[in-house]
Design a protein around this ligand. Structure first.
Ligand code: SF4
Length: 350
């Protein structure tokens, strides 16, 4: 362990300040903090709560319904990352649609979906474009590649989201945010710095044990100063300006739109959609999809989990009806989901 990590650990273990709620905005942080046993170091008055940073989890059921509609009613081959296949829609998941004859193809990158479209010219192919600022550039790159290759059979079904508006919606849910390092690597940190002026505190956090402990230690120390703060505890990857190339690519192909988040509802300006110049690659416009509201299982508390209003243990289905083998909600399906992390690592006992 590095000297900085030793110092961070000492700060964490000796903390005797007031109660603090720290939100892990990023699902990867939730999993890594469990996996590394860092929860066990925290004093009892410091609570970690999970946030909305799992892209599969915040994608609402209406999006799955749209994908099912593409597969079953429009004879489209739906290309997607594996996590989304088992997320329940209103009536069925994509796995259910596949059992009814839909073509659902699991891919490992959006560029794989472009390759699939090139190799299957007789099929219409739609990639499910889900994610935050980290993954959106690759989705835009896929459209650029398809456009350059003249592929008229490729499109995206977009549910891309941006984090700054979610921080606004979550103001007051926690005393400080652990900001997602991967997102900030693309966006830079200006939005997070600006939140200090609105009374919101947080620290950009990396993903190794020393990085996570340093970020937590900074939060514990700075919280005692009695005023909002910001720090970048992931400087080896995150700069103030972010990745200009990725930002430029996204700005060329996409524009902001309103977006619905599971648990947070509709947040104005928090989504990204393809610009009119790329409408031919927008599955909603290409196939004239109707607006779909979608409904979750009413017993599932994913929405509350995603805004830190409860833990997975507060859901009556957790570990009984809902397990990773038989997930009822998105937070149990996704590898980044809070319910999956609590199930895998034993919840707050660690
Ligand atoms: S345990 Fe299952 S049903 Fe309950 S909130 Fe989590 S995903 Fe939803």
């Amino acid at each position: 362990m590095t000297g900085a990590a030793d110092k961070a650990r000492a700060i964490i273990e000796s903390y005797d300040g007031p109660a603090l709620r720290i939100m892990e905005v990023c699902g990867t942080h939730t999993h890594e903090i469990f996996r590394l046993g860092i929860r066990g170091l925290l004093p009892p008055q410091v609570r970690l709560i999970s946030g909305p940073g799992c892209p599969v989890c915040v994608t609402p059921p209406g999006f799955i319904d749209e994908a099912v509609m593409l597969g079953l009613e429009h004879d489209v081959t739906v290309c997607t990352f594996g996590d989304l296949v088992r997320v329940p829609g209103t009536d069925m998941s994509l796995a259910g649609a596949r059992s009814k004859g839909a073509r659902v193809q699991v891919v490992y990158s959006p560029l794989d979906a472009v390759d699939y479209a090139r190799d299957h010219a007789s099929e219409q192919v739609t990639f499910l474009s889900v994610g935050f600022e980290t993954t959106t550039p690759a989705n835009c790159l896929a459209v650029e590649r398809a456009d350059a290759a003249g592929l008229g059979n490729f499109s995206l079904l977009t549910a891309n989201k941006t984090m700054p508006q979610a921080y606004q919606a979550l103001k007051g849910s926690a005393d400080a945010f652990l900001y997602p390092g991967h997102v900030c690597a693309i966006t830079g940190t200006r939005a997070e710095e600006d939140l200090v002026g609105q009374g919101v505190s947080g620290v950009v956090c990396g993903f190794t044990a020393p990085e996570i402990m340093c970020a937590l230690a900074i939060i514990l120390r700075r919280s005692q100063e009695g005023r909002p703060f910001f720090a970048n505890a992931y400087p080896r990857v995150v700069t103030r300006e972010g990745n200009k190339g990725a930002q430029g690519l996204v700005a060329r192909l996409m524009e902001p739109c309103d977006a619905t988040w599971r648990g947070l509802g509709e947040i104005p300006g928090s989504g990204m959609r393809l610009r009119d110049a790329y409408a031919a690659y927008d599955a909603r416009r290409k196939f004239d999809l109707p607006h779909v509201e979608g409904r979750s299982n009413p017993a599932c508390r994913c929405g509350d989990v995603l805004r830190g209003a409860c833990t997975p243990h507060d859901c009556p289905l957790f570990g009984k009806v809902c397990t990773p083998q038989h997930p009822v909600g998105a937070c149990m399906v996704s590898g980044e989901g809070a319910c999956s992390a609590y199930y895998q690592y034993g919840g707050e006992q660690l």
